[in-house]
Ligand binder design. Structure first.
Ligand code: AHM
Ligand code: MG
Length: 333
């Protein structure tokens, strides 16, 4: 029998909190358990996606102008429900909703703000490819008494995040999170319904041999990006690269986190400011990357330093092993 202790994500969060903040109230752990509960609800639906009448579109258009699929709606509601009942979340903001959602009951005393992409990569559901949930947790300004515009509570730069993570609904379901003390990964054991530690203290390899980009857009990438990709392909770096692109940020990042290399979504003709969203995609992914010794930039700035102006603001995103990210930045300069 294995001697590895069975450690659930809940126990892990509590132990980490006790270790780093001996006087913590436990509120934060309680908040994170809302996310893991929602993740289990979403995962059970994702697993049944081909069986029930859930595939296809719900016939609505979300505020991004994209067709909403039923699972997106369900995932969004699961998170809003689970977090809205915690008692310590004052404001939530989601990719699916144009404006932040205020938890009226907890607006004045709730200490946290949670921003999320409930089902990232949802266009992949119809073809049985991995999707995920991404979340970012911020602290609410305690002095505002809950009186000011909730958008102001949400629009904080990424370096202010107190925790961030994702779940990836892949060949197994994993939850990966950081609360600012390293990155930890848990795999769902479906037979007992618990996330068990499987990847403690993840560090991204300092370099890797995979690059991940939607190369169909390459003709419209700025020159530095094209030079970079040409250099990786030419073998001029002394390393032979492979390309992998799933089209679900969570899944592409998860591979980059474990194997190293680089993921990039540069500016394109269609999306001159980048396609991915700063608040609920780039920021949480950048926090995880840095906590795992990797790097994340928009091509000129560290992602976590960007001062946001809008909830659904887009950004170019380059994230991965320090060596590849530095190489790209060198060519961009
Ligand atoms: P979404 O599915 O939440 O709208 O997220 C956008 C997705 C990301 O998961 C992925 O990295 C990217 O869009 C893929 O874009 P493209 O199809 O342009 O390559
Ligand atoms: Mg997304």
């Amino acid at each position: 029998m294995s001697t590895t202790p069975l450690l659930t994500v809940q126990q892990h969060i509590l132990e980490e909190q006790r270790r780093h903040y001996p006087h913590a109230s436990g509120e934060f752990s309680w908040l994170l358990s809302g996310i893991t509960l929602a993740a289990k609800m979403v995962e059970s639906r994702v697993r049944r996606a081909g069986l029930s009448d859930i595939l296809g579109t719900a016939g609505q258009t979300n505020i991004q102008g994209e067709t909403v699929q039923k699972l997106d709606v369900y995932a969004n509601q699961a998170l809003l429900y689970c977090l809205g009942k915690r008692g310590n979340v004052a404001v939530m903001a989601s990719e699916e909703d144009a404006e932040p959602i205020v938890v009226e009951r907890d607006r004045s005393h709730g200490r946290y703000v949670v921003v999320f992409d409930p089902l990232d990569g949802s266009s992949n559901i119809d073809v049985n490819v991995s999707v995920g949930t991404i979340f970012s947790i911020l602290r609410r300004d305690p002095d505002d008494g809950g009186t000011r515009d909730p958008l102001k509570d949400v629009l904080q730069p990424g370096h202010k995040q107190v925790a961030a993570g994702y779940t990836v609904y892949g060949s197994s379901t994993m939850l990966v999170y950081t609360a600012g003390h390293g990155v930890h990964g848990f795999t769902l054991d479906p037979s007992i319904g618990a996330f068990l530690i499987s990847h403690p203290d993840i560090t991204m390899p300092p370099s890797g041999s995979i690059y991940s980009v939607n190369e169909a857009n390459a003709d419209s990438f700025p020159e530095g990006y094209r030079d970079f990709l040409a250099r990786l392909r030419s073998g001029g770096t002394g390393r032979v690269y492979s390309s992998r692109y799933i089209g679900s940020l969570v899944a592409d990042f998860h591979r980059t986190l474990l194997k190293g290399g680089i993921f990039l979504y540069p500016p394109t003709r269609q999306h001159p400011g980048g396609k991915l969203r700063l608040m609920y995609e780039a920021n949480p992914i950048a926090f995880l990357a840095e906590q795992a010794q990797g790097k994340a930039t928009d091509g000129t700035r560290r992602i976590l330093d960007i001062v946001p102006e809008g909830l659904h603001q887009r950004t170019p995103l380059i994230v991965g092993s320090a060596e590849e990210v530095e190489m790209l930045l060198g060519l961009m300069r």
